[in-house]
Write a protein that binds this ligand. Sequence first.
Ligand code: HEM
Ligand code: HEM
Length: 204
Amino acid sequence: MILEREKVYDFVLRSIHAWNALVIVLLLLGGHVAEWLGYTPDAASLWHFHVLLGYGLVLGLVARITWGLVGPVHARFTAMWRPRAWWRMLRTRELSSAAPDWGPPVAATALYLLFYLAMLTMVVTGLALAAIDQGSGPLYLWLGHEVTLKHLFREPHAWMAHSLLAFVVVHIALLILHEIRHGVPLAQAMVSGFQYRKVEREEE
Ligand code: HEM
Ligand code: HEM
């Protein structure tokens, strides 16, 4: 089997991906452990740490949006916004029917965009909860200690956290399955920056 490769994901994009992945895993873990600890001093400290990590996520999201607007071609949001290719994929019902070009796989792009929307929802509801629970953050002036409004933000925050967990599990599972099925190294692309694909042999 012959493979060709191309440098696709630049260093900044890979660093943002690693940062966001780490922060999201810690937010998920911290959120669930603090919830489980109930009303204890340890839980209170963990919630403060959760909000601190939340600001880390704000940073990661702002960095990704900025890079999506000014970064190199494969990092841009135009590489993810592929309505024509999605439509072609739906019509032919073939996940790989979209042109095998370099960059994020078409079948994954819509999911990645939805993921960023979910991240934005987490940030907005999280900042609202920080203002209500801890009297801190940029939304304090509007929502500071407004406990009667807490359920409005807590429910979507908790539900979206479940969706993000599902995304992470599916994302990693698909990377592994894809590698096993097609024998092309995929997961390493966000580490090395190189994407690989099989080269069709010319007919003899
Ligand atoms: C644990 C939490 C993780 C989250 C939240 C996450 C999230 C994402 C997102 C949002 C993208 C879209 C890329 C973009 O912004 O342009 C992406 C792409 C990618 N991620 Fe992750 N990721 C995680 C873990 C991992 C891990 C552990 C690997 C394996 C090393 C990995 C490998 C990749 C690859 C190779 C892509 C490129 C696109 C593709 O070929 O599908 N990710 N990830
Ligand atoms: C990917 C991002 C995030 C995840 C996965 C996450 C996860 C969680 C989880 C699982 C809970 C418990 C919800 C429940 O079951 O009721 C929670 C609550 C909370 N989160 Fe997040 N969170 C994220 C982002 C943020 C951000 C950005 C902030 C603020 C800057 C934040 C602030 C809070 C606060 C204040 C609470 C409520 C604590 C309480 O009810 O006393 N979160 N989060």
